[in-house]
Design a protein around this ligand. Structure first.
Ligand code: DAH
Length: 405
């Protein structure tokens, strides 16, 4: 079979690098033109069976390729004044040959064309087929990426702060604005911090009010080292005073645990924010003023506070604090059980017996005094957002949580 490139191949293969004696411009021009013509014509020939290897070896072969011969016979032999010119022309051609070979070798790899199908193609035919395939690939991509502006967009669900966390952050922010620092403490606590150092002596009936969840298998330890789930955030009062001498102004948000049977208003896990202020000359008026301000900041400036006597082992005197119902403004409604008041927190002046446990760190009850308070975050969140079942806060039901987004 005769193919269009056949003649070119046979003529071109006859090219051999001639000897060069004349290094004049005209002679160089002619020699390189012939060389170039030989290359162009061979490049048009169909690929041989080895996929162009023969062509590559013939032109670029290290030992006896045409370009090596040009280098040996023309460049090395050139007189000094012609070296530059010969080198330039040679490099130019070398670049063309290298580019051509590299391009031809990349075709089958890039486009998955088999050598078989290339064997009978000329350089031009390869280029045409290559162009067509590129266009086809582009069109396919255009089809795939076509944008339908009438489709509804993808809605990304927005996360939101959990109502408990939001309330806790609000409470903390109110005290931060008054210069309080923020601390934390462990949820698994020892009997010492949860009870003893807060003036709940062993076997004292006040412990009963705390419905404690004890960690099992602690019986062989001394009582004060036994572990339990903290029933309140108050143990962090002691931990703070052990670490830091007075003055102290700190709020401590966190989780607490009690052995309560779950119902609409009880959960074995809930949240508190503890507060502690210790300095020289702190009085009950400071306690009242601080908490009155905090309640107004949280619930609105029209809210009134009421302090009435209570008991906690670690404060003396102790007071429970109620605010006027922020729903009915004190008139009486379902939320406040018709009383007009909502009880929100416990508080009191730090009992000197508590300072006794941290006396070595500068807490001498003869020189300093302080107040403390603790409030239930979940209850406040439930009131604020009119949530009627505490378990909703912990079920993780997105339909409930979405309402706060
Ligand atoms: N720890 C108490 C409780 O969980 C709340 C409390 C009352 C904290 C009075 C205080 C306080 O700091 O002074 O029942």
């Amino acid at each position: 079979m005769t193919l269009p490139g056949d003649d070119a191949v046979s003529t071109a293969l006859m090219y051999t690098v001639p000897k060069l004696d004349d290094y004049s411009q005209e002679s160089l021009e002619k020699a390189f033109a012939e060389l170039r013509a030989a290359f162009d014509s061979e490049a048009q020939a169909p690929l041989d069976e080895a996929g162009g290897k023969t062509f590559r070896d013939r032109w670029l072969g290290r030992k006896s390729g045409i370009l090596t011969q040009v280098n040996e016979q023309w460049l090395k032999a050139a007189p000094a004044e012609a070296k530059r010119e010969v080198g330039r022309r040679m490099n130019e051609l070398k670049q063309s040959v290298a580019d051509f070979v590299a391009q031809r070798e990349s075709i089958p790899k890039n486009l998955g064309i088999k050598f078989d199908s290339l064997e009978l193609l000329t350089g031009d035919q390869v280029a045409t087929s290559l162009g067509r395939q590129i266009e086809e690939a582009k069109e396919l991509r255009r089809q795939r990426e076509k944008l339908d502006l009438t489709l509804p967009g993808i809605r990304r669900p927005l996360g939101a702060e959990h109502p408990v966390l939001r309330t806790m952050n609000e409470i903390v922010a109110v005290f931060r604005a008054m210069g309080y620092s923020v601390g934390e403490g462990p949820e698994i606590e020892t009997d010492y911090y949860n009870f003893e150092a807060l003036n709940f002596p062993p076997n004292h009936p006040a412990r009963d009010s705390q419905d404690t969840l004890f960690v099992a298998g602690q019986e062989q330890k001394p009582l004060r080292e036994r572990l339990l789930l903290r029933t309140h955030t108050s143990p962090v009062q002691i931990r703070t005073m052990e670490k830091q001498p007075p003055p102290v102004r700190i709020v401590i948000p966190g989780k607490v645990y009690r052995h309560d049977t779950p119902d609409a208003s009880h959960s074995p896990l809930f949240h508190q924010v503890e507060g502690l202020a210790v300095d020289a000359g702190i009085t009950f008026s400071d306690l009242k003023g601080t908490l009155d301000h905090a309640m107004k900041a949280l619930f609105g400036s029209s809210v009134k506070t009421r302090f009435f006597p209570s008991f906690f082992p670690f404060t003396e005197p102790s007071a429970d604090v109620a605010v006027t119902c922020f729903k009915c403004n004190g008139k009486g409604c379902r939320l406040c059980k018709m009383s007009g008041w909502i009880e929100l927190l416990g508080s009191g002046m730090v009992d000197p017996a508590v300072f006794g446990f941290v006396k070595a760190n500068g807490y001498d009850p003869a020189k300093i005094s302080g107040f403390a308070f603790g409030m239930g975050v979940d209850r406040i969140a439930m009131m604020k957002y009119e949530i009627d079942d505490i378990s909703l806060l912990f079920q993780g039901d997105v339909r409930f949580l979405e309402q706060f987004a």
